[in-house]
Design a protein around this ligand. Sequence first.
Ligand SMILES: [Zn+2]
Length: 154
Amino acid sequence: MVPFHLLFPEVARLETRAVILLDTNPFSLPPDTYGLVDLYCEQSGCDCRRVMLNVVSDKARRQVATINHGFEPSPLEPEQTFLDPLNPQTDLSLRLLRLVRDHVLRDEAYVARLYQHYRMLKDAVNDPRHPAQKVLRALPSLRRSPRSRKTRRH
Ligand SMILES: [Zn+2]
């Protein structure tokens, strides 16, 4: 998985969302600004139509949940939106999943933006002459999640 902002920093600066939660919020989450960093599978020729959202706490300055979301329901995956089993989670993860699944991802404009990011990244991955290839080639192999190598759906 590769963060969208690594390949398209200018677009990401304008189009990366954060959720600001105040003292009393219906999700029982600590008041904070939660950044949603979107990542996508960087395998060429793969059309898995998924996004991974790293939820980053502004106060703690660290990732507090990792949420996996399929743009379409799939018969292979019982849940369309779930906590990624191979990436960092905390005791806030379940509440953040509820926030993202039941609130943030209900915003069709936001989901359409994520899907557009997915397409941009896939176009870059599949085009050997795309300027972002330079960044892709420089990625250490560690960045690729084990999931993308082992499972049928990246
Ligand atoms: Zn994939």
